[in-house]
Write a protein that binds this ligand. Sequence first.
Ligand SMILES: *Cc1c(COP(=O)(O)O)cnc(C)c1O
Length: 311
Amino acid sequence: MRLSPWPTPLDPAPRLAAALGLQPDDLWVKRDDLTSFAGGNKVRKLEHLVGEAEAGGATVLVTSGGVQSNHARMTAAAAAVRGLRAVLVLFGEADAARAGNLALEELFGARVVVVGPGEDVDARVAAVAEELRGDGEVPAVLPLGGSTPTGARGYLACAAELAEQLPGLDTVVVAVGSGGTMAGLVAGLGAERVLGVDTGAVDDPDVRVTALATALGATVGDLRLRRDQVGAGYGQLTDAAAAAMTTAARTQGLVLDPVYTGKALAGLAAAVADGSVRPGRRTVFLHTGGLPGLFGHPYAAQLAGELLGRA
Ligand SMILES: *Cc1c(COP(=O)(O)O)cnc(C)c1O
């Protein structure tokens, strides 16, 4: 099932390359931020996950995530397009002033259940599914971030696009949350060609990525996974990510987000600085989206305040 036009563009990024200390023709950006549903990586996973759900007779998609989950927003949109219902079980502090993904989920017609601090999210998802069954619906429960082997398969397709768009590709740099995106790339390109940058979404990204890539049939050697960009935790902006966001915007007009892609580009900058990504090689930065999340993060208001001289 196709939920977005493919392939996504692969754009040269000469000014960003130079700013990072690479040569101008060393760096490309894979534009998975330019997909359907306000952009982002989850739509590749959803093509497979929704297909599986529909094959099982599902009438409603149920998923979970943080209050600014991009996966939840894209699940809501995919449900709308397929004539299904969506129920999103979200955790964290929901605040109407930080609209972001929440505003889009209302537009897409999803039902949102916000769980309180300390409440068991999986238990709430199970309760929601049970309630839906009682109403005669057939719920399909999609896990956090859509990272099952089925979902990760979507990034096998991205790996194939990259191999065709850029022969001789040396390294793809990608943000790692629940791990399915990196896992699909590792399965398609080999672990040595994928540099993951952990964002702190889960405690064991290495274990998850290895398990998912193995489930896709890959023999996974040592992963290249940086864990030095997490900072104070998932969703907490770091100085390095803020600097990376400014650099990407002012060199290539690219908008990154504080939670995933800002940290991923900060990871690439650190990799160039320590020599693990070198000039003269073909490097791709995978832009996984997240723009709505920027407008759901306190950093957006801070930027506006700085511009207006009121920070
Ligand atoms: C979910 C997400 C990621 C991480 O993808 P995983 O497959 O969960 O590791 C990266 N960037 C953005 C913008 C995301 O929404």
